[in-house]
Design a binder for this molecule. Sequence first.
Ligand code: SF4
Length: 301
Amino acid sequence: MDPSELREVVLDTTVNLLRLAETELPADAVEAIRKALTRESSDVAKAQLDAISRNLEIAGEGKIPMCQDTGTIIFYADVGSDFPLLSDLREILTEGTKRATEEVPLRPNAVNPFTGENSGDNTGNMIPYVNIDIGKGDTLRLSVLPKGGGSENTCSLKMLKPGEGIAGVKKAVIETVVEAGAKPCPPIILGVGVGGGADISLKLAKKALLRPVDNRHPDPQVAALESELLTLTNELGIGAMGLGGDTTVLGVNVEYAHRHPASLPVGIAIQCWAARRATAEISVDGKVTYLTHTAPDGAEQ
Ligand code: SF4
């Protein structure tokens, strides 16, 4: 395919991914909320979960954002070195963000930290934030993670002493969830990054939010930690919107990196019930496969 035609496909797919992410949760997240509603014993929490489910239906039917806070736009591009447009990717994603802001529409959320000025189109210095991972091949796997401010404000980084071990990791996660309370609009999803360094653990934690909530880590030890953290955090009883209840956390996804002998960093990313994410794969011939959502009408296939 001609590079200029492929550029249009990537641009249109960027806008489609943003629209899908903002208006429809992936099936695993919807199912997790449905299950939480089914098993909830508190009437107050049930009412909250019911309102969230109705909110999702209205957003999906009307193709309107599920929350007024449409988030900071973050992209993950896993791209093969033989895919053309590598050097144009950031520019295309920025253009797509501007277009989606107008077309969906999205609330402008990019504010200059020094002047307080809002750029008006969800772009600015380093925003949208683009994580690019170059590997082999000629396809582009593009994900978008619009991240709400309320839940972002409760993320944390704990630099543990290595002697605190995995018990310390569990304590750090539980303390963060307790401290967050109602602020991140629970039920939440937890991304936990263990090891690496301060920045690496937080990067891993946030990227872990791209995994489906019902997907366990392939390493059985890590998968067991995910399940245990899910049980422990739900025993806190914070509940939907912090009003008490059986489900505080819908899922826990843990990722790890080898650490320095002297460090045990734990990055904890908190995602709200509006757990927005969308992924598509674009091949070099312009074929687009949507991986988290049904392809929008008229989208390139
Ligand atoms: S934390 Fe999430 S659900 Fe709450 S206002 Fe922000 S985006 Fe919306």
